[in-house]
Design a protein around this ligand. Sequence first.
Ligand SMILES: Cc1cc2nc3c(=O)[nH]c(=O)nc-3n(C[C@H](O)[C@H](O)[C@H](O)COP(=O)(O)OP(=O)(O)OC[C@H]3O[C@@H](n4cnc5c(N)ncnc54)[C@H](O)[C@@H]3O)c2cc1C
Length: 416
Amino acid sequence: MNPTRRQLLLASSLASLTPGFSFAVTPAHPKVLIVGGGWGGLTAASALATQADVVLIERNAAFVSLPLTNRWLAGLDDGRRMTQDYAAAARRFGYRFVQAEVGQIDRAARKVTTSGGQFAYDWLILAPGIAEDAGALVDGDRDAARHIELQFSSTYQSGPGFPALKQKFENFSKGEFLITLPPVPYRCPPAPYERALILAQAIKTRGLKAHLTVIAPGAPWPAYQRVFNDEFRDQVSYLPNTAIHQLDPYRQIVVTDFDELRFDQAIIMPPQQAARLCRENGLLAANTSWVTVNPKNFTIFDDERVFVIGDSVGPVSSLFGHYPKTGELASDMGRIAAAEIISRITGKEAPPMLPESTCFAYLSLQPAQFTRIESRYRWRGDGELTQSITQKRESNPRGEDDAWVDAMHARLFGTA
Ligand SMILES: Cc1cc2nc3c(=O)[nH]c(=O)nc-3n(C[C@H](O)[C@H](O)[C@H](O)COP(=O)(O)OP(=O)(O)OC[C@H]3O[C@@H](n4cnc5c(N)ncnc54)[C@H](O)[C@@H]3O)c2cc1C
C-alpha cells in the first residue's frame, strides 16, 4: 500500500518535530529484528514469521523455561521440557535465529550492533528481560557485587546456572540457609517462596540440623506465612517487612532492622530493573529503572518503530503500576506488538488486545497443592487500565499447571 502525498507530508512534519519518529512506509520485504529469545521475543517471532523477514537475536544457545525450574528442583518434573532448542523453533516457524550479544542500537540509522555483526531493521522489538543490581546491596562495591552473583546467585534469569542451584540445595546438609527477596516489582512474585518451600521440605524430611531464614522487604504473603507457621515452624523463620541494612558477602553476615544473622549458604536476590541493553541505549524513563511504553501497543514514546515488551516494561497504569512480570504476560505483549507491526504491514487495523497472566505456585509439595493466580485487564471508560486478580487454592491438582506449560511452549516453540 503506497502512502498518499498528504500522509507523507504529515509524516515528514511529524518527523521534524519528533526525533526518532518515522512514518511506517511499508518496505517491500519488511525486516523485523527481535532481541531476546525469552517468552516475549519468541512469541513475537513466531507471530511475525509469515509476514516479514524476522531475525531473532539471543545471547544464549538454548532456552530455559523458568516456570519449570522450581518443579524440577523439587523433583516434581523430570526436566525434559525445561531446556528448548532455539534453532529448532526457528525452523518450525520460519524465522532466522542468531546467537549473539546485542550492544548498541542506532535508532536514527535503524540498525543494531551485535557480537555477530550489524543488523538493519524496519521494526525492532526488544524483549531482553531483566537485570539485577547486586551493587545496591553492598554500597556499589563491584567486587562484593560480583561475589554475590557468583556465590549466592538468585538464579532468576535464563542461563546455565540451574544445575549449580540444584547442587547447592542437595549439598546443603547443616547450618543456616538465607533467602533474601528483592523489593517489588520483581518477576514471578511467588517463585522465591516456592523455592523456600522446597528447601524447607528437604530440611524437614531429611531431618537436617539446618534452618532457613526468608527475608522480604515487602508485606507478608499470607498463604506462605500460614504454610511456614503451620508446617515448618522449626525449620523456617519468615521475616516480612524487613529491610537489609548491611550485607557482608565475604563474612556471610546480614544486618536487618532487628538483627544480625550469620549464614552458611544463601540465595540473594538483588533489586530487579530493566535489562542492561535498555539502560545502555538510553531507553529508561527519567528517575526509574524501567522502560516507559505506550500500553496500547508497547512502542516507546519517541519512536514508533521500536517496541519494548516483557519484564523490562515499566508502569502501565496509574491504578496498579506494573503488569505482573510473568511469562504469559510477556508472551501476550509479544502477540500485541506483532499484531501492531502486521497492521502496519497490511494496512489493516490491529484488533484490540490486552494481555493476561496465569501463575501456578506450590503451597505444599507432599501432598501437592498449589495456588493459581490469574490477572485480567480492561480499559475503563476514562481510559485507565484496570486489573483484577484472583487467587485460588487447588488442593487436588489435576495437571492444570502441566497443561499450561505445554500450551505456552506450543506457542513459543511450535511443539505439539
Ligand atoms: C523461578 C521462576 C519461576 C517462574 N514461574 C512463572 C510461572 O509460573 N508463570 C509465569 O507466567 N511466569 C513465571 N516466571 C516468570 C517468567 O519466566 C518471566 O516473567 C519471563 O521469562 C519474562 O519474559 P521476557 O521475555 O521478558 O524475558 P526473558 O524470558 O528473561 O528473556 C529475555 C532474553 O533476552 C536475552 N537477552 C538479554 N539481553 C540480551 C542482549 N543484549 N543480547 C542478546 N540477548 C539478550 C536473555 O538471554 C533472555 O534469554 C518465573 C520466573 C522464575 C525465575
